[in-house]
Design a protein around this ligand. Sequence first.
Ligand SMILES: [Zn+2]
Length: 205
Amino acid sequence: MMDYHAHKPGPHGGYLCAVRRTDWEQVAAATGMIPCFGVHPWYAEQASAVQIAYDLDEYLSRYPKAQVGETGLDATPSHRGTLDAQELLLQVHLGAAFRHDRLAHLHGAGAWSKLLEMLQQRARNNTLPRVLLHAWNGSHELARAFLPLGAIFSVGVRELVHPKASERYARIPAGKLFAESDDDPDSFPQAVRMLSALRGDINVH
Ligand SMILES: [Zn+2]
């Protein structure tokens, strides 16, 4: 299994997501990884939405195998003050992912319900790209609301050690839930083992 959400290249390959605009060249140059271009919601306020829209179109055209991310919303106490800027920038990323038919890597800490509303609105307008919800820690009921939108999910050790992990993850359909390393490439084998132990349908090899 490849790593479905990473910020550092690792031996297992997978999606390597930018965090800031200044990461994009490095992400594009990493070997053995699928580059993802985006600006993390933590840095949304410093980014120009117009410039990112322009740059995303350029980079996605230049790199046909690249995907979009990281983007999303963060409504935890230290970041909820910038939600307006985050929302605007998220719409820019979703629009680019839809036009170029790429997967968008979404962060949704403390904001899954708001994210669900935004994606449902796009589904009604027929402008919803494929989406991956990374570090997924919502309830199974919330996962069931995202599934009809075509969403897939990724989780790492941080999510898998939570006491509610089996309640949250054991019933997500096969082929919709994947392992991620996020900031720690060394944690990936453990994430795969834990996910496999929890579900029984994940191939460790
Ligand atoms: Zn991330």
